[in-house]
Design a protein around this ligand. Sequence first.
Ligand SMILES: Cc1cc2nc3c(=O)[nH]c(=O)nc-3n(C[C@H](O)[C@H](O)[C@H](O)COP(=O)(O)OP(=O)(O)OC[C@H]3O[C@@H](n4cnc5c(N)ncnc54)[C@H](O)[C@@H]3O)c2cc1C
Length: 349
Amino acid sequence: MILKENQPLAPLTTLGIGGPARWFAAAEQEADVGEAAAWARARGVPLFVLGGGSNLLVADAGFDGLVLHIRLRGMAVIEDSNAGRLYRAAAGESWDEFVTRAISENCAGVECLAGIPGTVGGTPVQNVGAYGQEVASVIERVRAFDLEQNQFVEFTPAECGFSYRRSRFNSTDRNRYVVTHVEFRLRPGGAPTIVYPDLQRAIGGSGAAERVPSLAEVADAVRRIRRAKGMLLVEGDADCRSAGSFFKNPVIATDQFRKMFGTESAPPSFPAGPEMVKVPAAWLIEHAGFSKGCTLGAAAISSRHTLALVNRGGATAAEILALAGRIAARVEDRFGIRLEMEPVMLGFP
Ligand SMILES: Cc1cc2nc3c(=O)[nH]c(=O)nc-3n(C[C@H](O)[C@H](O)[C@H](O)COP(=O)(O)OP(=O)(O)OC[C@H]3O[C@@H](n4cnc5c(N)ncnc54)[C@H](O)[C@@H]3O)c2cc1C
């Protein structure tokens, strides 16, 4: 394991913001994870696991600990049976490359998750989801190093505790596990999932609606929608210098929702479990008086997507947080709903 000091972190994040890591190492094989953990433990240094840096805001002062950059590679089919095709992918693989491979091998289950940046290992952490699919529905097993017990462990999906943008890895067991491999069970020749209205419209517009569209057509449509919203990483596109959605869509009790909004002024809502509904945070933000493109210093709301806060060039973490704080305060004031931030904060007190 090669240890570096004062490694800049901003270039390793999609926001491009933040100071350096006091210590930095890359894990290229599983043994490196145990070695880094032992190094940090022996010195009483906090350890942070970095994937693709696409769901991360690093503090301007950086992180006074060890950042372990997950670069484990490898992707293979390990079983093909009536139950589906089982892929095993190392945590450092690009998620979008995994999706591309699955689609080229005509396997359904992740087509709506095309174009999400970051690594395979990052996907179970916040149970990534988009356009009607969540990674939880295809995960078969997660292998991870337990920093407390100093050993490798494996989790079934039930043990991962998945729900909307949540798992044990970002809640009850935050910072305890380093994911090294994930197994995904996909459906060879399966039909694509086309439940999301935006996606249905895009497929309809492409003329593919009269027959069952192929997985590749659905993934292409997802990428087109993402690109239009600045939610696809495209070189030179100022609107994608973000951490994706900065706020989660609040999930509230159906009763509370009815009391809060009259029938006429109600925002759209989507079922989210028994007696619960999910409310689009973008609607709340817009109706609290913020519009796309609104800026605070070099931090801004994306000009194409209200939920994404972007670095217009040279923005600081403090500016991003100030803008996020202003938005959350006004939404709470107006609707009594507290928005929760989606990206992980690193190096903040
Ligand atoms: C333009 C854009 C669009 C996006 N769209 C979506 C979307 O549609 N849906 C969605 O859900 N997300 C979306 N995101 C957010 C982000 O891409 C995902 O959350 C992604 O899975 C994060 O993975 P990462 O490897 O970049 O993790 P990082 O940002 O590096 O880390 C995020 C968290 O995961 C932890 N982590 C990462 N890897 C590991 C590992 N191997 N073991 C243990 N912990 C780990 C980190 O410690 C940290 O707590 C978007 C982001 C951007 C920039």
